[in-house]
Design a protein around this ligand. Sequence first.
Ligand SMILES: [Zn+2]
Length: 297
Amino acid sequence: MSSPQVIFLGGLGRSGTTLLERLLGQLPGVAPLGEVVHLWARGVLAGEPCGCGAPFAECRFWHEVGELAFDGWAPHVAQTVLGLRRRVDRTRRIPFVDHRDLGRYVQAYRAVYEAAAEVAGADVVIDSSKHASLAFCLMAGGVDVRVVHVVRDPRAVAHSWRRTVERPEDGRPMTRWGALRTSMHWTAQNLALDLFAGAGGITRVRYEDLLADPRTTLTRLADELDLEPDFGFLRGSTAMLQPRHTVSGNPMRFAVGPVELSRDDAWHDGLPRRHQTLVAGLTWPLMSKYGYRGAAA
Ligand SMILES: [Zn+2]
């Protein structure tokens, strides 16, 4: 099996990584895999549904990937990777990724990427795992990875994390964070991904720009990532989405058919003013850097 190009979508959750993955995943030769970091616990061990709707164990795509990569998805395969992850893939280790288990950990991801590309007949796979620490591990482990850093106004992100949202996988509520916690995670995750910019090999995209003009933003990304710019699935501000075999991610991964691409600005009215001020105050250096207005002076 040859090694596919891996596009890694990084950013804090609720920043639009799943939406971007769905859109790039419609391009020819591209296989979107979802958040591969959660494949092991949520897919293999918990059997949560694939983006195609089938439970993980019944999805033909992932079944074939498992056979090819690991001679099947035995629980010990997932448990081994989770054990390695606890030792290797920790945010506090960034960027000092130099661990004796790194090679074995990265090899598990490489095996998934190669098998998925083979089964999908794709040259490019997308991993929307988001965490900067995993992107560092992959790079340090020699995977051919291009990082796309997705940023979104931290006030919109904070509003999203405050909301009660049900997980379609099991009906349980998704994790909720307050404004302070979101601000800290937003800064930490974006700073970590900014480290890539210094090393080169990163493409940054703002959620707001993607939604304001999807075609222009996606054309730029396709150009930078050497993807075929075939946007037949876009009709104005509507995207026609085909089902894809994404293993984990936000509920948007299940969307099929016409999806209206409109910016969610509910935070303007939905996030209490004092929280808006708190978030802007705590995140203003990066907020300004990314071009968001209204940061505290
Ligand atoms: Zn599937």
